[in-house]
Design a protein around this ligand. Structure first.
Ligand SMILES: Cc1cc2nc3c(=O)[nH]c(=O)nc-3n(C[C@H](O)[C@H](O)[C@H](O)COP(=O)(O)OP(=O)(O)OC[C@H]3O[C@@H](n4cnc5c(N)ncnc54)[C@H](O)[C@@H]3O)c2cc1C
Length: 416
């Protein structure tokens, strides 16, 4: 961890009760949820430092995200970015039949961006000197009027508030809720991107103006355009992104899938370039045999597909004294509402609002927890229902308004 700032923080142990205007806040985890909260709380006048366990800045090659308002609100309202320069729009929701005919089409605008685009912009909006890499938090201990964070390297800091944005395997959640477990949803997402320019023109055009679905027995796939790796959003220069949900039996099937090319078992994701070749071969031949040609062409043009396992995590509490769990550290929801990043960002917006509107930190955190427990559990329930319809019940009806993306409800006032 960068030494000087850390030592300075270490020396300034808490001596007085904090005011709500200038709290010392440690954000644990420097991904999209942590960075959004850090930017907002810094803007409100707090003394914020982000501690990220990774030794290098984060990178998720080729991950597209449905871009709901909470995810872009900071970048547009506070960082002054032009939404059209950080995301692409589609106008239609389109379902293709196996023979490539249009099975259903309706007009509905969506925005899509990429994980890298959002991360880079949020990091640029924060203070890099206060974004500490190689800082792995291991323990949280209450101290008078605050909380002590201990790091793997033996250092510790005392702060007024910890925002734990440390993701699906959260250290904070494991400490405070040791019995809360992630539950495997029964399926994984195969994912990948290919440059529009590498696809036949007819395929790129057909996939470029819509979110395109194909639904078949116990599975569905969606395809949409996202910004290129260099951030370009110009048609013809973008990437086409696919997410294909496929069922795998726990243990045998899943364990083999999640054992990478080097023989290492990975419980959450297998990154591009490391998925075992026999599974890529199987996925490609299934795509050719089962998917509409337009979609199969895009899937099979992806050089390095990757995998993410779909887990549910549900927590009964999000606040433990001076520690708040936000984003996937609290509720990990299935991706079917495209709202995971939006929920993580919203946790930060609502925390900021309650800290500004209460005189006592305890009252603010209690009010925040009530709101965000409701959001997390309702979103989890909705996404479980959507997943079950596609992967198990086989009653996903193209065009059903319940399937529209949204954070608070299907289609909630998106996009602006
Ligand atoms: C298949 C799939 C598709 C998805 N599609 C979308 C979509 O379209 N739209 C959308 O909004 N969301 C989507 N999501 C969800 C979204 O990716 C997550 O909800 C979101 O990234 C969570 O962000 P986070 O900051 O809470 O956690 P993470 O991104 O997991 O970040 C946690 C960070 O904490 C760090 N960390 C962990 N432990 C420690 C520690 N002890 N000390 C310090 N640092 C630590 C990690 O290194 C990491 O950087 C999708 C998810 C999946 C699986």
């Amino acid at each position: 961890m960068q030494g000087r700032l850390h030592r300075n923080l270490r020396r300034t142990r808490l001596t007085t009760a904090p005011t709500l205007q200038h709290l010392r806040i440690a954000v644990i985890g420097g991904s999209l949820g942590g960075l959004s909260a850090a930017c907002l709380l810094r803007d409100a006048g707090h003394d914020v430092v982000v501690y990220e366990r990774s030794p290098i800045e984060l990178e998720q090659r080729g991950a597209g995200i449905g871009f709901l308002k909470a995810s872009y609100r900071y970048l547009v309202e506070r960082a002054g970015l032009n939404l059209d320069e950080i995301s692409v729009t589609t106008e239609n929701i389109r379902y293709l039949a196996r023979n490539d005919d249009i099975a259903h089409e309706s007009q509905h605008p969506y925005r899509f961006s990429s994980w890298n685009t959002v991360y880079e912009r949020l990091l640029a909006a924060f203070d890099r000197d206060r974004y500490l890499l190689d800082a792995h938090a291991t323990e949280f201990t209450p101290v008078p009027d605050g909380i002590r964070v201990t790091f793997e390297d033996g250092n510790d800091i005392d702060v007024d508030l910890v925002v734990a944005a440390d993701g699906i395997r959260s250290t904070a959640r494991t400490q405070f809720l040791p019995n809360t477990r992630s539950t495997y949803a029964g399926y994984v997402a195969w994912r990948g991107t290919v440059a529009e320019s590498q696809l036949p023109v007819s395929v790129a055009q057909r996939l470029g103006d819509a979110i395109t679905y194909h639904v078949f027995a116990n599975s569905h796939i969606l395809v949409y355009p996202i910004p290129a790796l260099d951030g370009s959003v110009a048609p013809g220069e973008r990437l086409i992104n696919f997410v294909w949900y496929r069922n795998y039996l726990e243990q045998g099937d899943l364990d083999d899938l999640m054992t990478d090319r080097a023989g290492e078992y990975r419980s959450i994701s297998v990154p591009p370039g490391l998925v075992a070749r026999h599974h890529i071969d199987e996925m490609r031949s299934t795509a050719a045999a089962r998917l509409p040609n337009t979609i199969a062409t895009a899937v099979n043009a992806v050089t390095d597909p990757f995998l993410q396992v779909v887990y549910d995590i549900e927590v009964p509490r999000m606040r433990f004294g001076r520690v708040c769990l936000i984003g996937d550290a609290a509720f990990a929801v299935r991706p079917h509402a495209a709202a995971g990043t939006a929920k993580a960002a919203e946790d930060g917006w609502v925390l900021d609002r309650h800290l500004q509107s209460h005189d006592s930190i305890d009252d603010a955190l209690d009010a925040w927890e009530r709101d965000q427990l409701h959001l997390g559990s309702s979103l989890l329930e909705r996404t479980r229902m959507i997943g079950a319809r596609s992967q198990y019940d086989n009653n996903w009806v193209p065009g059903d308004p319940d399937l529209i993306f949204g954070l608070h409800s299907p289609g909630d006032k998106e996009p602006t």
